[in-house]
Design a protein around this ligand. Structure first.
Ligand code: NAD
Ligand code: MG
Length: 380
């Protein structure tokens, strides 16, 4: 029986993870759940999965939960609670499903305890890839990707020699604006940006998918997970999201991993690895499969993807600046304060203005995130 700490249990990945656990209750159990505010969603999770401990970062929501009838588990709050929990609670696997930079500190605590990290929270690797990969080696903590593209690559690489890999090819659905002209992007609405054609996800990643920043973050994530230079990480548009990613070898042979777009599959794989476990999730029927198509991404239209590649070339804290500016810009877009095409403008300005630091330690990363947010918040 493997015990899980789920960071972000009320989000899209968190809810899918709990469904995997529900379906394999003989293999997995829940030690602790952490969330930001939504105790209305957390209460039924506590009743069903009976964690020993929960963390509600928002103090007011945490206090409300403590006064809710029938809640017997310990309730911690604040970022301190989040860190304490990751550093002390009894668990085997940390499922990182928080969104954004906020996931970094608890993930580092789990790495330092040599836990398995099932990682959905890609921002953690984007902002601190060098640090996390070093710590994970030092403390023998395996990082198994949950992101569907990286899970696909991870699966394709098994049994292969790294020096025989020519390139990694990440697939991207292209999002809701794939066929819009560059000019039309100026006027897209929040609702349009939030209607992803293939996946039902949290708001931040849905906007990132529409701007292709999500793919940019994934290029950086792939760089750190698999230790490949950016020249060997390609992106191809594949609107059907059936092929989750591919690996090309030196002899020209290509391996791919395919599946219905359902995050429970990569989540389950990250939990059960190296075993595969039977499940009742929908499967592909190739006799009914529509066409599978591929295209080049338009880097001129989707500037965020190019910016992400650029920060990988620059290195140091550049990806941290990219991420912090993007988090602020997406938030502004979702509040209706800026247009969709102003997102890369904010990121560009932050990258131009904020000083870069090589091989940053944790303090430098935290400081860089703070400074960038302050700068980006003040831009209109
Ligand atoms: P979501 O917005 O649906 O859920 C986020 C969760 O994190 C919630 O439980 C929320 O309470 C918690 N949270 C948010 N901010 C927090 C904070 N400051 N402190 C503590 N907890 C906080 O997001 P999601 O779609 O589930 O995505 C989660 C992560 O997984 C993201 O990094 C995303 O890029 C990645 N991811 C998601 C999908 C997907 O299909 N949703 C696929 C691949 C990767
Ligand atoms: Mg992905």
């Amino acid at each position: 029986m493997k015990k899980l700490l789920i960071l972000g249990s009320t989000g899209s990945i968190g809810i899918n993870t709990l469904d995997v656990i529900r379906k394999h209750s003989e293999k997995f159990s829940v030690s602790a759940l952490t969330i930001n505010t939504r105790i209305d969603l957390l209460i039924p999770q506590i009743q069903e999965f009976k964690p020993e401990l929960v963390v509600v970062v928002n103090e007011i929501a945490a206090e409300k939960l403590r006064h809710t009838d029938g809640i017997k588990c310990e309730v911690l709050s604040g970022v301190e609670g989040l860190i304490y929990n990751a550093a002390n609670c009894d668990y085997d696997i940390l499922l990182g499903a928080m969104v954004g930079f906020a996931g970094l500190l608890p993930t580092i605590e789990a790495v330092k305890r040599g836990k398995r990290i099932a990682l959905a929270n890609k921002e953690t690797l984007v902002v601190a890839g060098e640090l996390i990969t070093k710590l994970s080696k030092d403390y023998n903590a395996e990082i198994i990707p949950v992101d569907s593209e990286h899970s696909a690559i991870y699966q394709c690489l098994i049994g292969e020699k790294i020096e025989e890999v020519e390139k990694l090819i990440l697939t991207a659905s292209g999002g809701p604006f794939l066929n819009k002209s560059k000019k039309d992007l100026d006027n897209v609405t929040i609702e349009e940006a939030l209607s992803h054609p293939n996946w039902k996800m949290g708001n931040k990643i849905t906007i990132d998918s529409a701007s292709l920043m999500n793919k940019g973050l994934e290029v950086i994530e792939a760089h750190w997970l698999f230790n490949f230079p950016k020249e060997k990480i390609d992106v191809v548009i594949h609107p059907q999201s059936i092929i989750h990613s591919l690996v090309e070898f030196v002899d020209g042979s290509v391996k791919a991993q395919l599946g219905i777009p359902d995050m429970r599959l990569p989540i389950q794989y990250a939990l059960s690895f190296p075993e595969r476990v039977k499940n009742d999730f929908p499967k592909i029927d190739f006799r009914l499969t529509r066409e599978l198509t591929f295209n080049k991404p338009d880097l001129n239209k989707f500037k965020c993807l190019q910016l992400a590649y650029d920060t990988l070339a620059t290195g140091g804290t550049a990806p941290c600046i990219l991420n912090a500016a993007n988090e602020v810009a997406v938030d502004k877009f979702l509040k209706g304060d800026i247009s969709f095409t102003y997102i890369p403008t904010i990121i560009n300005k932050a990258l131009d203005r904020i000083e870069n630091h090589r091989s940053p330690d944790l303090e430098t990363i935290i400081e860089c995130d703070k400074i960038t947010r302050r700068f980006a918040e003040n831009l209109i």
